[in-house]
Design a protein around this ligand. Structure first.
Ligand code: UDP
Length: 341
């Protein structure tokens, strides 16, 4: 479309899938990623420019904004390990709040006024009602969720004061991989359920531990709303278009509206792979609510977005394809251009 979009954290899991969709739509894409957790191989399109830098690097970001007329920022770059955020909250407040604030100062200086923010269902804390809509009280139970909520609150003040349009996308459980299996979930360390269950099934990692079997749910295990990563990517494009078309700030949950239990995830991986998953049963993990399920109707009303992947087995099929391709060496860059500042 000729517009230039800056994607922070574009080499990460959700960022890299969104970058592919943006490039397909002919946006000019610049990724800024410090590659602490991101993978430069995950940026497949040769027209996408990767700037290896920290978003808190004022000099690098000023150069970037002075050399490019940036129409919007998609902000994915963040730390996202809940347990780590409890042990080292400073890391989370510095990286997830202070760093984007310094980036936003540079946006303001260059009159870039569209900001799409990766927020989270963790900003709601323990649900007081289900499904969770956008007006559900926000009371996070860990520093990770707090850091996301803090940036939301700051942006709500900045919006009217500085003519900054924001779009908060509150993801539920991002999952799956690209349909063609070329990119997918690749965290180190990996803590997320679906990749851990797949690796347990393949035998590349030990048994998966089910965190808690005494929850107040039908099978006693936690229920989550698993949303496919390409559905998330598509929602970002729509949110971007919403802001570029002058429709103003908005907030949407991104989920399917349906919940699946930990046991159902394990059973579905067994069905999709034909392998037996070795399982251990352990105690609850601290900070895990029994049920997190979205009300996705705002995204439908505001963006016309509905998750295409409504079925957990279809999501897991993509994750399975990706894991096998990665193993056989398909996960190699097609082409890329690196322009580190
Ligand atoms: N979970 C589990 N064992 C694991 C990892 C996760 O039982 O090794 C559970 C976890 O308690 C939660 C669900 O799986 O109920 C999804 O966890 P994940 O870490 O994937 O995402 P989160 O809900 O924390 O964002």
């Amino acid at each position: 479309e000729g517009k230039t979009i800056l994607v922070t954290g574009g080499a990460g899991y959700i960022g890299s899938h969104t970058v592919r969709l943006l490039a397909e739509k002919k946006y000019k894409v610049i990724v800024v990623d410090n590659l602490v957790y991101g993978h430069e191989e995950a940026i497949l399109d040769k027209n996408v420019k990767l700037v290896k830098a920290n978003i808190a690097d004022g000099k690098a970001m000023t150069t970037l904004f002075s050399e490019n007329k940036i129409d919007a920022v998609l902000h994915f770059a963040a730390y996202a390990y809940v347990g780590e955020s409890v042990k080292d909250p400073a890391k989370y407040y510095l990286n997830n709040v202070a760093a984007p604030l310094s980036l936003i100062e540079i946006m303001r200086a260059y009159n870039c006024n569209n900001f799409i923010f990766s927020s989270t269902c963790a900003s709601y804390g323990n649900p007081v009602r289900l499904p969770i809509d956008e007006n559900h009280p926000q009371d996070p139970i860990n520093p990770y969720g707090q850091s996301k909520l803090m940036l939301e609150k700051i942006l709500k003040d900045y919006g009217p004061a500085y003519n900054l349009n924001y779009f908060f996308l509150r993801y539920f459980n991002a999952s799956g991989a690209s349909k063609d299996g070329l990119i997918g979930e690749d965290h180190d360390p990996e803590t997320h359920l679906i990749p851990l269950v797949i690796e347990a099934a393949k035998g590349t990692r030990g048994p998966v531990t089910v965190f808690g079997t005494d929850y107040d749910t039908p099978d006693g295990t936690c229920i989550r709303d698993y949303i496919h990563v390409e559905d998330l990517g598509r929602a970002h494009i729509l949110a971007l278009e919403h802001l570029l078309n002058g429709k103003g700030s908005a907030i949407c949950n991104l989920g399917t509206g349906k919940g699946c239990s930990v046991k159902e995830v394990i059973e579905t991986v067994e069905k999709v792979t034909g392998l037996k998953v070795p399982v251990k049963f352990g105690p609850r993990r601290e900070g895990d609510p029994a049920l997190l399920v979205s009300d996705p109707s705002a995204a439908k009303n505001i963006l016309g977005w509905v998750a295409e992947y409504q079925d957990l087995s279809a999501i897991i099929e993509t994750a399975w394809k990706w894991h096998n391709g990665k193993k056989s060496g398909k996960y190699t860059p097609k082409s890329k251009s690196i322009n580190a500042i």
